[in-house]
Design a binder for this molecule. Structure first.
Ligand code: C2O
Ligand code: CU
Ligand code: CU
Length: 503
């Protein structure tokens, strides 16, 4: 622990020039003045024992405590069964966030924060007409969905400002789950997401064992406003630690109220759509069962009182209402930040208000069958590292930073791959893979391996400092697939690689 802090502090000194440079680059790109003196961030950096300067109070107050907003659904313009046709426009928009009535410029899909909810069924063909009205190139990445590589919004397929394109894909059987969409252009992903571009994508099943439950999507996102009620650019500390805002919003609202009748079971689908926060979620006092992960239902409900969701990750939770009020909270979590204070207090994300008692059917014992993936044809190791001494390669995968023109690995369609992903860095680095879902086999906590207690389909796995995971997957479609840290500032600085999957 002390050794680690020491290394961190030593590393900081060499890191600052890059951080400062990033700020200058950013300003030069037309995003306004360079953020404040990078040394400001250092004051509350690695002080061990001394109380870290708590994050200063938010500059702007937001209204809170309104009823939980529903996510606005994207209209389906198709009259044909099995086909969804929708339009998404990414553009600057002015919205009212601040309590005092000043408006804020955000970048949003269809003017909505978060973006519209896309809801389709397994087997559907999805066509999204997309228009880019941003001042930068962008793409739409269908995070977690098994879509063809050329439809997946890869960094090599940018949509230029003013251009449009149609994304088209057909969802396979057994793909029901909670996914999302967000930009993935080279060099602009972090900014486009923190300015507001992200939305939920739910694939439903016609034979859903939990289909009788009220389905409540909760998309958690992060927002920072400056004293002008504007969204400020990243600071050097953000580029180092990943950006966290002043507020965690639920469906775009601050601490909204979800009404849950005493005895009523609801299915909560939760998205961690923040850029960098690890959310250790709990519903103190409630009976909670985990029923799903990124790629849909797990095999059987599991009693889980806490769910740790890393950036990009999703979970499904069944919660039973009580006669008393309660809350959805994020418990303190330290993720090894170097320049910003850790979140050491419990955050209330939403309140739960009771209503008159209702009866709910019991949870089914079995939800789904997930066949274990067979023995792998290939084994690979991916090592995540931080090298504060090299400003051009601070966050690396297997010693390198991302290069669009390079395939880090060559794989085959249908082939089982087993990856050991090792975090040798000082921060948590949540690991994400495009194009498919994986099964985690085992996790190493720095002391030893432990088998994963249950099977689940995932596309993000939390990877604390010093930990490792073993996972297996199959890519069903050919093409280039990215894998990266889902702290968007790290991804942007090159903590990303790609596998060329050949047919
Ligand atoms: Cu959600 Cu490559 O990302
Ligand atoms: Cu993705
Ligand atoms: Cu990272």
């Amino acid at each position: 622990m002390h050794r680690r802090r020491f290394l961190t502090l030593a590393a900081l000194a060499s890191a600052l020039p890059l951080a400062a440079r990033a700020a200058v680059d950013h300003a030069a790109m037309g995003h306004g003045p360079a953020p404040a003196d990078p040394h400001a961030g250092m004051d509350h950096a690695g002080h061990h024992g001394a109380a870290p300067a708590a994050r200063s109070a938010p500059a702007v107050a937001l209204p809170e405590g309104a009823p939980l907003p529903a996510l606005a659904p994207l209209a389906n313009r198709s009259r044909q069964a099995g086909r969804f046709v929708g339009e998404l426009v990414a553009a600057p928009a002015r919205v009212g966030l601040a309590a005092d009535g000043r408006s804020t410029e955000v970048w949003a899909y269809n003017g909505s924060l978060p973006g519209p909810l896309i809801e389709v069924y397994e087997g559907d063909t999805v066509e999204i007409d997309f228009v880019n009205r941003l001042p930068q190139p962008t793409t739409i990445h269908w995070h977690g969905l098994p879509v063809p590589a050329e439809q997946d919004g890869n960094p090599m397929d940018p949509v230029a400002p003013g251009e449009r394109r149609r994304y088209r894909f057909t969802l396979p059987a057994d793909s029901a789950g909670s996914y999302w969409y967000h930009p993935h252009p080279h060099g602009h992903t972090a900014e486009q997401v923190f300015r507001g571009l992200a939305g939920a994508f739910v694939v439903k099943s016609r034979r859903d064992p939990l289909g009788q439950l009220r389905d409540v999507p909760l998309l958690l996102s992060d927002l920072r406003l400056d004293e002008h009620a504007a969204i400020p650019p990243n600071t050097p500390a953000d580029w180092m630690d990943g950006r966290e805002g002043d507020y965690v919003l639920v469906n775009g609202a601050l601490r909204p109220v979800l009404t849950l009748a005493d005895g009523e079971r609801v299915r909560l689908r939760v998205w961690n759509a923040t850029s960098a926060r690890v959310l250790r979620l709990a519903l103190p006092g409630y009976e909670t069962w985990r029923v799903g992960s990124d790629g849909g239902l797990i095999e059987a409900p599991r009693r889980e009182a806490e769910i740790v969701l890393s950036p990009g990750e999703r979970a499904e939770w069944v919660v039973t209402g009580r006669a008393q009020p309660g809350a959805l909270v994020a418990l303190p979590y330290r993720r090894g930040k170097m320049m910003s204070a850790e979140v050491d207090e419990t955050l209330t994300l939403a309140s739960l208000a009771p209503a008159a008692r209702v009866a709910s059917a019991p949870l089914p014992r079995r939800l789904r069958r997930i066949a274990p993936l067979p023995a792998p044809a290939v084994r690979r190791q991916i090592v995540l590292e931080e090298n504060m001494a090299d400003p051009k390669a601070m966050f690396t995968l297997n010693g390198r930073v991302y290069d669009m023109a390079r395939a880090d690995f060559v794989g085959r369609v249908g082939q089982v791959e087993e990856w050991e992903v090792v975090n040798r860095a000082d921060m948590d680095h949540p690991f994400h893979l495009h194009g498919t879902q994986f099964q985690v086999l085992a996790r190493h906590d720095g002391r030893g391996w432990r088998d994963e207690p249950y099977r689940a389909w995932r596309d993000v796995v939390s990877l604390p400092a010093g930990h490792a995971v073993r996972l297996r997957f199959v890519q069903a479609l050919p093409g280039m697939r990215m894998f990266h840290c889902h702290i968007l500032e790290h991804e942007e600085q090159g903590m990303m690689g790609q596998i060329d999957v050949r047919g």
